[in-house]
Design a protein around this ligand. Sequence first.
Ligand SMILES: [Zn+2]
Length: 420
Amino acid sequence: MADHTLKIDNARYVLTLDGQRRIIRDASILVEDGRISRVGKAAELAALRADRVIDARRLLVTPGFVNGHMHISYAHVVRGSTVCFVDPGSTKFPDACLQAYEDSGIRVILGECVTDQDAPFKLPRFATKEAIARTTSFVEKWHGRLHGRVRAWAMPFSPETCSAELMQALKRVADERGTALTLHHGSGPKARQEYAARHGRRPTEYLESLGVVGPNVVLAHCLGIDDAEIECLARTRTAVVMCPVTAAKSGRGVPEHGRMPELLAKGVKVALGCDSPNNSNHLDMVRTMNMAAIQYKDARQDLRLIPAEAALEMATVVGAQALNVGDDLGSIEPGKRADLVLFDTERPEWQALFNPVNNLVYNADGRSVHTVVVDGRVVVEDHRQSFVDEGRLFGKVQEIGERLQARTGITFPRSRWPIV
Ligand SMILES: [Zn+2]
């Protein structure tokens, strides 16, 4: 259980991400019943007492990060700065995971991935009616569990693998139940030609013609979209989640197809995602911010693009708005949930520290996360998770992986060099 009151005291810096984007030096934060009640200069809050006090003199505090697209079921174990993630339908047995979500304190947005059309790779395919029924019962079963930390969305895989009827029905499910819908979107020139031939429209215009746009729709990846589609997203207040590390590692052609600066310039809410470990190999939001901040500078040879501040906004306040959790998460302000990340600024990568946002985005990575607080509860402390025996867990994950390979004959790409 969370302490009734918690004080983060004397933090070296607090990056509030509030309306003025204040960075408070020598700051304290008071948490009451899982929510932030005060934030300000340590001297001003010195008289406030709490059940538990964390001495944060060497620490820098940010809001907890939101990860807008993260296929968790084939992910390695998480201990970074993420406090809330969207799993786009890859958790096959959420009942089995509920205890882990409970213990870890994480916020999770789940759904069942459905399709009703042929796909170029193996996806869960159902008759249209069944896909709708499964989504409806999933949302009814899971939305709001663990005191609201679990949310359930509709998750048709993509417009290419789902019929118009299915996507429209799932949008209605999301609308009627006050939840949201996410799908993979944007696939480069070949897919665009196919859309033009089949539907006579651009991919995003096709979604708009079906009514599958709006503030409760989150489109993942969105590479290869054009100006007219960006206008459509801005006009309909449709949100986007981009996965910059996946785009780079998979050779998706960010110079030609990446439109993050234009989306942000038009006011589209863009979140960041780590995707999956076969696409980005890590689930580290700090490294993801770093890639977002450097990728476009190189791609377009323009140092003004995606400043460190914009990358941090996408991982926090703007990303939270994109995922419809902005009322509760994304900034350090009175009334918000107490989801906080405390970075250890006495590690070498933080030296010398003059511009905290630059240090965070360009110098650091998730390994400098010292403490994580979710809902006022400390879940990572002094670089260690408080809810699991890490050594035992890592051994178990390795063993399960080896057994699975032996049983199924499925192997991961082998080393190009001989392992002797
Ligand atoms: Zn995905």
